[in-house]
Design a protein. Sequence first.
Length: 115
Amino acid sequence: MQDIRLGAFEEMVLLSIAALLDQAYSVSIRDEIRKVSDRNVKLGMVHSVLNRLEKKGLITSHLAEATKKRGGRRKRYFQITHSGKVALLQTRNQREQLWNTIPDFVFKGLSYDRL
């Protein structure tokens, strides 16, 4: 299996798709990233990454049925592929390896609730 490198935002988008399961569409993905990262994410940025991830074969998409609520427009839903899952696991493993090389004293006295 080829080693796929993910950028930080690509990783966040893939993780959001995995977390949202069958409710992963561009707006819900953006909202999930905003909720977790407190980062103001533009929808165009999400669309750009979704297109790139789909070209890389890390996600697939399908159009849902049109609804009156959306003025007849259809939502595009995204799913993570096997290759996308592998890429996320590789990225996680690489990050954990790096974290494990940091001596404990570097973060001594710091915790999430004190940031």
